[in-house]
Design a protein around this ligand. Structure first.
Ligand code: GLU
Length: 385
């Protein structure tokens, strides 16, 4: 028996694989510092869990509407119109199982075999695999100091290009793309009649006065070409709820909803009540989480920069230092260094190679301040051995 070529060409997500390893080591009693975590370390806020429990108790346990409950789609449309400046109606909103599924749906809807999707390097591990699963070809384009370069993007466009994938705030670099860069990308997409997939999963996490900008909001001419993907996971500490959403032009929405109706049907019914509560709760709750992350960044960045060549991130909760000066005889590559730090220092980080950027590490500061100090002290000691 052989498996499909389609499935054999993809490999396991290195971020989720590592989460499994770290959880296992912790269960065995190891004192691991988790700099690998791609999720906020806070529990979902109380109004969210209370609304979810209430929904369960009230029997909201049946199938629901395929594209999401109408009241949630309406609330999301209102939120993105007011907060993101994307003029959306409920009919443009599709609720899915996290932005992972939103992206999967989008790639399936856009790609014919051999169609190309431009992906900036470094990239989140799931982007290339999702594109390949849809029969598409990820075309990697370098960034400069973690920022997109419009000339490099233009050079990569071919008659097969279907879309440009943009992820700001960025995983794994923490970069936040400038308004100018986003506008240029939107203009290029309109000129070439290709889509922009704008993954804004980390919109609620920006620092040092930076503002998150939604690409779709920048010009009315972008509207038919921009698919915005979002999630409740990071901004509202709801990773386990698996609620994400797509904002799409109506024609694209229709086809993606057809797929959705066969693939999964509705997202967990009672989780959607939690998502509505997230949109309705006092914004001060998330503001205070953001302030905590700002303090963590202010603590972690100098500790990281003391050891490695590091661009200061403006968003998400990742540092993405260049560690090439430590590579060579002792550690042949960033994977070897990652393994050494886990075994020797009991600090879990993700190798840059996982994100198409060998010679780097992804260090998450989504952990308490004591753990941040302890983790960098352990890394420093291990590197001095
Ligand atoms: N998105 C997070 C990360 O990059 C969670 C794990 C995953 O889905 O990749 O670590």
């Amino acid at each position: 028996m052989t498996l499909s070529d389609r499935i054999l060409q993809i490999s396991e997500s290195n971020t989720t694989r590592l989460m499994g390893i770290v959880n296992q080591l912790k269960a065995e009693g190891k004192q691991i510092v988790s700099f690998n975590a791609g999720e906020p370390d806070f529990d979902a806020p109380e109004p969210i869990t209370a609304a979810t429990i209430k929904a369960l108790q009230e029997g909201k346990t049946k199938y629901g509407a395929v594209p999401g409950e109408p009241w949630l789609r309406a609330a999301i449309a209102e939120k993105v119109t007011k907060e993101n400046g994307i003029p959306a109606k409920p009919e443009n909103v599709l609720v899915a199982n996290g932005s992972k599924q939103v992206l999967y749906n989008v790639f399936q809807a856009l790609c014919n075999p051999g169609d190309e999707v431009i992906v900036f390097k470094p990239y989140w591990v799931t982007f290339p695999e999702g594109i390949r699963l849809a029969g598409g070809v990820p075309v990697f384009v370098d960034t400069v100091e973690h920022q997109p370069d419009i000339n490099l993007i233009r050079e990569a466009i071919t008659p097969k290009t279907k879309a440009i994938l943009v992820n700001s705030p960025n995983n794994p670099t923490g970069a936040v793309y400038s308004r100018e860069a986003l506008f240029e990308i939107g203009k290029l997409a309109v000129e070439k009649q290709i889509y922009v997939i704008s993954d804004e999963a980390y919109e609620g996490l920006v620092y040092d006065g930076e503002k998150h900008i939604s690409l779709a909001s920048l010009d009315p001419s972008f509207e038919p070409w921009v698919l915005t993907t979002q999630t409740f996971s990071k901004s509202y500490c709801m990773t386990g709820f698996r609620v994400g959403y797509l904002i799409a032009p109506k024609d694209v929405f229709k086809s993606i909803n057809n797929l959705h109706s066969h693939l999964t049907g509705n997202v967990c019914t009672f989780a959607q009540y939690g998502a509505l509560a997230a949109l309705e709760m006092d914004p001060a709750i998330m503001q205070s989480m953001q302030e905590t992350f700002q303090r963590r960044l202010d603590l972690a960045y100098p500790l990281c920069a003391e050891l490695f060549d590091t661009v200061k991130p403006k968003g998400a909760f990742y540092l993405f230092p260049n560690v090439e000066k430590y590579l060579g005889d002792q550690f042949k590559d960033d994977d070897a260094l990652t393994e050494y730090l886990l075994q020797e220092a009991q600090v879990a980080v993700v190798s840059g190679s996982s994100f198409g950027a060998p010679g780097h590490l992804r260090i998450s500061f989504s952990t308490g301040e004591e753990a941040i100090k302890e983790g960098f002290a352990r890394i420093k000691a291990a590197l001095q051995k």
